[in-house]
Design a protein around this ligand. Structure first.
Ligand code: ADP
Ligand code: MG
Length: 213
């Protein structure tokens, strides 16, 4: 079993920030169709700020909870869009799930991942089927937990999470939005993927890559 340290979590945030730079234009395009075209900017700004803030922490004295709490604060400060408080809450919950631990094991990462997804759901009060990032995060977290319960290694749990998240994001194309900006569009949102679900898949993909040996 691998031991995940503060340095590993710093590297995870750096990896996600890099992915958001790559995904920025695509996410803005998706948000341009059913929202206000800023989702890629929000995610890039938020994760860049979070990655920078956590990189400046002293790894010898900073535990995983401090990494997540620092990320939450900087993401929230950097992002004015609705994704700001959603991801900030995810990080806070991840930090709470890691509380009291100087490093994390594979089971802890499964708990962190589940807490992360639940934070988004609790903050935004969206259910699956309402065409939001929850349509990717909730099935991903459930698949991750189910795979772990079957005794699979972390990398396979996160691969299952990614598959479920991708399927959930794909399913948002056939949904009418019930939460967020695109809910004003009614049936005109049909046929288009939710940008928050698309970025969630990119974030989940980073978790999978990062914890695959
Ligand atoms: P804004 O809509 O303020 O411009 P963003 O463009 O950054 O914010 O994010 C839009 C995404 O936020 C949507 O695609 C959707 O996935 C997500 N979202 C909006 N409202 C909620 C909510 N209540 N719960 C979960 N996700 C939400
Ligand atoms: Mg937007």
């Amino acid at each position: 079993m691998t031991l995940i340290t503060t340095d590993d979590l710093k590297a995870l945030f750096a990896r996600i920030a890099e992915a958001m730079v790559r995904e920025k234009d695509h996410l803005c395009e998706l948000d341009g169709v059913i929202g206000d075209a800023d989702h890629g900017i929000a995610m890039e700004l938020g994760f860049s700020a979070a990655a920078k803030a956590v990189s400046e922490l002293d790894s010898t004295t900073s535990d995983p909870t401090l990494v997540f709490n620092t990320a939450a604060r900087s993401f929230l400060n950097a992002v004015g869009a609705s994704s700001g408080p959603l991801y900030a809450t995810a990080f806070m919950r991840a930090g709470a799930a890691a509380k009291g631990k100087s490093s994390l094991n594979d089971d802890d990462i499964v708990e962190v991942f589940a807490a992360f997804a639940k934070g988004i759901q609790d903050r935004g009060k969206a259910e699956v089927g309402e065409k939001t990032m929850v349509d990717a995060w909730a099935p991903a977290a459930a698949a991750c937990r189910a795979a772990r319960d079957q005794g699979l290694p972390l990398a396979e749990c996160l691969a299952a999470a990614l598959r479920a998240g991708e399927a959930g994001a794909d399913a948002t194309k056939d949904m009418i939005a019930a939460k967020g900006r695109s809910s004003r569009l009614g049936e005109r949102a049909l046929g288009h993927m939710d940008p928050g679900a698309a970025s969630a898949v990119a974030v989940i993909g980073c978790f999978r890559e990062h914890f695959t040996p």
